[in-house]
Design a protein around this ligand. Structure first.
Ligand SMILES: [Zn+2]
Ligand SMILES: [Zn+2]
Length: 178
């Protein structure tokens, strides 16, 4: 359940003006790329990006956005739906978009790239639907930057299915009207 350690850095400079260069770990490297990918996202409720990698190589990427040819949240506004839970509390969700994880999986399907045994990098704990897709795609490990406030159900499913999940921080990602 642990993140890969930063690679041992070679001593590049000893002067106080030039701090030692620390080479990013593979997890940090792919997460940083996921950050770059997320800049193309079109829903500002957690603009997220995703990278799926295996054997230290990127297989596919994805970011949150509407299906091809349909209006984007940034242009048309969110499409909010209220979800009523068993205990009576309600939550609001934007349902206009295909999630970053789902779009990365779609890219693999379109390009005919197997993602069996891969690691998925994403911004926060995947939602229930993404978690189910991740499990059935044969992804073995999920690395998230932060926790999703309602991510316990996904964590439970990953545990039951034998998918490892780890976090960069224990911080819970907050966004408006959740
Ligand atoms: Zn939206
Ligand atoms: Zn999702």
């Amino acid at each position: 359940m642990s993140l890969s350690k930063p690679a041992k850095s070679k001593k590049m400079a000893d002067t106080p003006e030039t701090p030692l260069y620390t080479r990013p770990s593979w997890d940090e490297y792919f997460m940083e790329i996921a950050h770059t990918v997320s800049k193309r996202a079109t829903c500002d409720r957690g603009r997220s990006g995703c990278v799926i990698a295996r054997d230290r190589q990127i297989l596919v990427t994805g970011y949150v956005g509407s299906p091809k040819g349909l209006p984007h949240c940034d242009d048309a506004g969110h499409q909010m739906k209220k979800v009523l839970h068993e205990d009576g509390h309600t939550t609001m969700h934007c349902v206009r978009t295909v999630h970053a994880e789902q779009n990365a999986i779609c890219q693999a399907a379109r390009l005919g790239i197997s993602i069996e045994g891969a690691t998925l990098y994403c911004r926060m704990t995947p939602c229930r639907v993404c978690a189910m897709l991740i499990i059935n795609c044969g992804i073995r490990r999920v690395v998230c930057e932060k926790k999703y406030h309602a991510g316990q159900e996904s964590e439970q499913m990953f545990a039951e299915a034998g998918v490892e999940i780890s976090y960069f921080t224990d911080e819970v990602l907050k966004y408006q009207n959740q």
